[in-house]
Design a protein around this ligand. Structure first.
Ligand code: HEM
Length: 117
C-alpha cells in the first residue's frame, strides 16, 4: 500500500508541474493581457483532483490520518481552479486578474500542502 501511496503522490506532483508549469509559460503574456489557459493547465488540474481524491481514499484505507480541514481547503481551491480553467479553456485570451487568480490559488495550495502539518 505504501508504494501505491507514494506512486500517487508522484503523479500528484506531476499534476502540479503541469498546472503550475502551464501557468508560468503564460506569465509574460499575462503581463500583456493576452494569456490563455493552455491544455497542460486543464490536464494538470484534473490530475490533481483524481490523484488527490485517490490519495485520501488510500490513506484512509491504510488507517493513515487524513487532515480533513486541510484537504477540504485544498479541494475548494482546486474546484475554483478547475472550474475557471475548464469554462475558459477555449477563450483566446483570459482577463489577467482571473488568470493570476489561478496561479495564486495553485501556489497557495502548494504552501498549504507542505506547511499545514
Ligand atoms: C492545486 C491543487 C493541489 C496542490 C498544489 C497540491 C499539492 C500537494 C503536495 C505538494 C503534496 C505533497 C505534500 C507532502 O507529501 O508533504 C500533496 C499531498 C496530498 N494531497 Fe494535494 N494538492 C492539491 C490538491 C489536492 C486535492 C484536491 C486533494 C484531495 C481531494 C489532495 C489531497 C492530497 C493528499 C491526501 C495528499 C497526501 C497526504 C498529505 O500530505 O496531506 N490534494 N498535495
Amino acid at each position: 500500500m505504501d508504494v501505491l501511496i507514494h506512486l500517487l503522490v508522484a503523479l500528484h506532483i506531476i499534476g502540479i508541474a503541469s498546472l503550475l508549469g502551464g501557468f508560468l509559460t503564460q506569465l509574460k503574456a499575462m503581463g500583456q493581457g493576452t494569456a490563455r489557459f493552455v491544455p497542460a493547465m486543464l490536464h494538470g488540474a484534473f490530475t490533481m483532483l483524481v490523484t488527490g481524491v485517490a490519495l485520501v481514499g488510500l490513506n484512509q484505507a491504510d488507517d493513515q490520518p487524513v487532515n480533513n480541514v486541510k484537504i477540504g481547503v485544498k479541494l475548494a481551491l482546486l474546484i475554483v481552479i478547475l472550474g475557471l480553467v475548464y469554462v475558459k479553456r477555449d477563450d483566446e485570451t483570459v482577463d489577467r486578474r482571473l488568470f493570476g487568480l489561478v496561479g495564486l490559488f495553485t501556489m497557495v495550495n502548494i504552501f498549504i500542502a507542505v506547511l499545514w502539518t
